[in-house]
Write a protein that binds this ligand. Structure first.
Ligand SMILES: Nc1nc2c(ncn2[C@@H]2O[C@@H]3COP(=O)(O)O[C@H]4[C@@H](O)[C@H](n5cnc6c(=O)[nH]c(N)nc65)O[C@@H]4COP(=O)(O)O[C@H]3[C@H]2O)c(=O)[nH]1
Length: 727
């Protein structure tokens, strides 16, 4: 029966705690029809909802489908007693509160009902107010119990949630007692460090900390224990369980630990404060940071320290050596002819050479020494721990020895040599910068005096070095600033009384030094590796000039030019020469390349091949200083040259009286092989007559014309034919 204006029972709402008392359902069980009608009216209140039953059977049916907050249960019923309902409720584990109403006088009835689970007992006849109080009390109790149940359930749910959060956290979460021993540790410990949680309970946290971090952590725990500490963050290296190392995992895990001191209990026998810790695995981040740092301080190709790291270590070593007043050595090591490797075998082979050379050199150094690659083919070595300069010499010799065996590159072999400069602290400098620079200066000196060796710095080298460096700097810019020019020196045929050829001679018109002779700067350009570009310029200019002269009518004039031995290292030499010749419409036979005997001897097979290629392309090839070397004759078989030039040194010694056997031999050879013959350095008329008598017709020298710029030579050319030949 529903009392009008009352809300339907909202058990759920009550359980969810919105209005515990306002909504409730009451079941009235009484066989007295009048009571069943009057009680709901008498007990009516907003939110109370009543149902009524007259027998036990009806009550149980009702209870099977409904739940109530309170049952007002008559003791005597037509089909049994209220106790039957009570035992059904108990058996069904129902929560309904029960107020037993009975006309029984005996106290036993009341006790029996309460024992059977009734919450209260009201004896008939009762005052309505008494019943109302009892009903209110029972409902209040029910509401409290329900609230309590809801609260407990919420607590359990909350605890489940927190447990879930802690136990499935990707971070390691733990608590320590005042002794620094684990009191709780979440399951993350297993995947992180390979321990089971209970294995570690009551064990010290420090057991997990790597030795290098233990002092730090120990002092933090000490602070916590003494109550001095606040929340802290620290990076720690933790060790993995040894068993998990078998799976190939690294020994340590780096974590960022967030530590929060927990107060002690404060009661008697209080424990000292403990720690709540959350540790996050940052190993990956650390490794990434390490890789980035490593890359910043190491050379990618060889894995060696780079310039930055070398500089750091050197500065540290110098400070240490100054304090100890002890020697240390800095070495500059530069690979000789490295460019040749790149040009001949390609850059991959160059890289291989750098790597293997670095390995070999590392092999002769000790643990505390540093081998670094500065870039290109330059290496530096720091020997921080020598007792005397001679120790550095010993190492330098070992390096030269260990490089003696050839390096396998591509399909061939390369004998790598190095030039080593050494500076010793404190003798050669007190700062990292001075020592590095002086080792570099010494290395340069080795380069210039034949390479493949070592040398200690000495003060005299410095001034010379500075000049050299400034020359190099200027030379670098000379091409683009158009400071080079060609002078030409005629080669005269006495029989025809006119110039049959010109030799192009390179000049560097330096803005402050004036005209720099080729003997001064060509070897420097060769060492710097820029001679190729200069030769290309000479080739182009000389051909262009010959083209102009030919257009002006000097169409049988030959042009000879000098190439560097380095030009012969390039496979496309012949192509380049032919391209220039073709561009300026010059018959190849009118261009002559001068080579020296020493070039022929250095790399005979390769040079001979190039000479043959030049000759088959129709170009002329002259041997510049013929007769000054040793194997002139045998080399002529191998090198199909077209012209021999009699060296100035032989011509200088000629006198009218004495017959020169060497020149006789050379003229004989030229005749025998059908070669042109040119005598150079002719300064005196006496020399002319002797040369003529020996059968040499073409001459070049100051006697006829000094090398001069094109315009001057052009005027000279126009004076031809020359006056009758001297002698
Ligand atoms: N005492 C004396 N000297 C005479 C006489 N006639 C000519 N000379 C000089 O003798 C040198 C002849 O050149 P070289 O033997 O090819 O020797 C050349 C050549 O090996 C090299 N050179 C010159 N131009 C070039 C070039 O364009 N490229 C390369 N790679 N080397 C060059 O530099 C060397 C020196 O060249 P320069 O200083 O121009 O010196 C020239 C020339 O000026 C004479 O009657 N008496």
């Amino acid at each position: 029966m529903v009392i009008s204006s009352e809300q339907p029972f909202a058990h759920q709402a009550a359980e969810s705690g919105t209005a515990p008392d306002l909504q409730c359902r009451i079941l009235v069980v009484d066989d007295d029809t009048a009571l069943r009608r009057s009680l709901p009216i008498a007990l009516a209140q907003p939110g109370r909802h009543f149902d009524c039953c007259a027998s036990i059977a009806e009550t149980l049916r009702q209870l099977e489908h409904n739940s109530y907050d309170l049952i007002l249960l008559d003791y005597r019923l037509p089909d049994g007693t209220g106790l039957d309902v009570l035992s059904w409720l108990a058996a069904s584990q129902r929560q309904e509160a029960v107020v037993m109403i009975s006309g029984e006088d005996a106290i036993d009835a009341a006790i029996g009902a309460l024992r059977a689970g009734a919450d209260d007992f009201v004896r008939k006849p009762y005052h309505l107010a008494q019943l109302q109080r009892t009903v209110h009390g029972a409902l209040h109790k029910t509401a409290l119990e329900r609230a309590n149940r809801t609260m407990s359930e919420r607590l359990r749910a909350s605890e489940r949630l927190h447990r879930y959060l802690v136990e499935s956290s990707p971070d390691l979460i733990f608590t320590l007692d005042g002794e620094g021993c684990f009191t709780y540790i979440n399951p993350r410990i297993e995947s992180l460090l390979g321990f089971r949680g209970n294995q570690l309970l009551k064990r010290p946290f420090l057991l997990l900390v790597m030795p290098e971090d233990q002092d730090r952590m120990h002092s933090l725990l000490q602070d916590v224990r003494n109550g001095h500490s606040e929340r802290f963050e620290v990076e720690l290296r933790l060790r993995r369980n040894r068993l998990s190392l078998d799976q190939g995992l690294p020994e340590t895990v780096t974590v960022a630990l967030d530590g929060l001191p927990m107060p002690g209990r404060g009661d008697e026998g209080a424990r000292s404060p403990g720690l709540y810790g959350v540790a996050r695995d940052i190993s990956d981040r650390k490794r990434a940071e390490e890789i980035i740092t490593h890359q910043a301080y190491h050379d990618q190709l060889t894995g060696l320290p780079n310039r930055l790291l070398f500089r750091d270590r050197l500065e540290l070593a110098v400070t240490h050596a100054q304090r100890q007043n002890s020697p240390l050595a800095v070495m500059f090591v530069d690979i000789d002819r490295f460019k040749l490797v790149n040009d001949t075998w390609g850059h991959a082979a160059g890289d291989t050479l750098l790597r293997t050379l670095a390995e070999r050199v590392s092999g002769v150094l000790r643990r505390g020494d540093t081998l670094a690659r500065l870039g290109g083919d330059e290496f530096t070595i720091l020997l921080p721990d020598i007792s005397q300069p001679q120790d550095a010499e010993t190492i330098a010799r070992k390096i030269l020895d260990v490089l003696a065996a050839p390096f396998a590159l591509g399909n061939g072999e390369f004998r790598a040599t190095v030039s080593i400069g050494i500076a010793i602290h404190p003798r050669d400098g007190h700062s990292a910068e001075d020592l590095s620079r002086h080792a570099d200066v010494a290395m340069y000196k080795v380069k210039r005096s034949g390479k493949n060796g070592f040398r200690f710095f000495d003060a005299g080298l410095n001034a010379h070095h500075r000049q050299r460096v400034s020359l190099e700097n200027d030379l670098h810019k000379a091409l683009e600033r158009q400071e080079f020019e060609l002078h030409y020196q005629p080669q005269i045929s006495l029989n025809h009384r006119r110039a049959v050829g010109m030799e192009a001679l390179l000049r560097w018109n330096h803005p402050t030094r004036g005209m720099v002779p080729p003997a001064t700067f060509v070897p420097v350009a060769e060492e710097m590796g820029i001679i190729g570009d200069i030769s290309q310029w000479v080739l182009e200019r000389a051909c262009a000039q010959l083209g102009e002269w030919r257009s002006a009518g000097h169409d049988t004039l030959r042009m000879s030019l000098n190439l560097s031995p380095h030009d012969f290292d390039h496979h496309d030499l012949v192509d380049k020469v032919m391209a220039a010749v073709t561009r300026h419409h010059i018959p190849p036979a009118l261009l002559e390349v001068e080579i020296t005997e020493s070039m022929m001897m250095q790399d005979a097979d390769a040079t001979a091949t190039k000479v043959r290629e030049l000759r088959s392309a129709g170009l002329g090839v002259a041997i510049d200083d013929f007769g000054t070397g040793y194997s002139s004759l045998s080399y002529l078989q191998k090198f199909p040259v077209s012209c021999l030039k009699i060296d100035r040194s032989f011509v200088r010694e000629l006198s009218a009286s004495a017959v020169n056997p060497i020149i006789s031999a050379i003229t004989g050879i030229a005749r025998g092989f059908g070669l042109h013959l040119v005598a150079e350095g002719v300064e005196q008329e006496g020399q002319v007559s002797v040369l003529r008598s020996l059968g040499c017709d073409i001459m070049q020298g100051y006697l006829f014309a000094r090398p001069a710029p094109a315009a001057e030579i052009e005027r000279w050319l126009n004076t031809q034919p020359l006056p009758a030949a001297p002698g």
